[in-house]
Write a protein that binds this ligand. Sequence first.
Ligand code: F6R
Length: 239
Amino acid sequence: MKVIVTENKIQGGARAFEIFEKEIRNGAKVLGLATGSTPETLYQSFVASDLNCENLISINLDEYVGLKPDNPQSYHYFMQKHLFDKKPFKKSYIPDGMTKDVAATCKAYDQIIKEHPIDLQLLGIGRNGHIAFNEPGTPFDIGTHEVKLTENTIKANSRFFDNEDEVPKSAICMGSANIMQAKKIILMAFGEKKAKAIKEMIEGPVTEDVPASILQKHPDVTVILDTAAAQELDDKYKN
Ligand code: F6R
């Protein structure tokens, strides 16, 4: 894994954008996108740029089950607000959280990813090492699936809701097998609360207890951190 340490999340977002822009100019057509607070500065860089996204396809990692696309807490809403309203894509895929048939929706999403292989996948990471909503203990070899969220994740996400009871208890998300098929991966993490997960992801063993550790087996991963998220990392891993 290539590790880039920047001073703060603004610089981290700008650095990630440079990579996205270069890959798009070099022919990348399908972007795997993420939500959460981490990618906000990257999306700001997209919006501030003159990059045209109208020929690109985006495929998002995940969506809560039970939230309508116009619910301000849904990931559909997040993507519209932070990126798609200002930078429309040719086609944007996000799992349908309102589906009546979750299994069929997961299968169809795998098919979408198969038909549109992801050139560049963006990831954040949870404090417990999750990627997308693949929580510790999730098998590495599965595709899109429904996941029950852990208490920790529900708690971390509750800051976006009026109270913890309103936080959805499950989500539809890409599996590690989908993520590992992306040609290139950028994982971003900012803040000291991510430092332990980053250390375990890079320095620890590859284990389903730390879902992000599977990335050690991918040939092209760039990790973009701020100094706080990098603080526990051994110097030898920092480029
Ligand atoms: C979001 C996602 C999650 C987040 C992770 C970090 O699409 O897949 O794995 O990347 O929970 O969230 P933030 O960025 O809010 O710290």
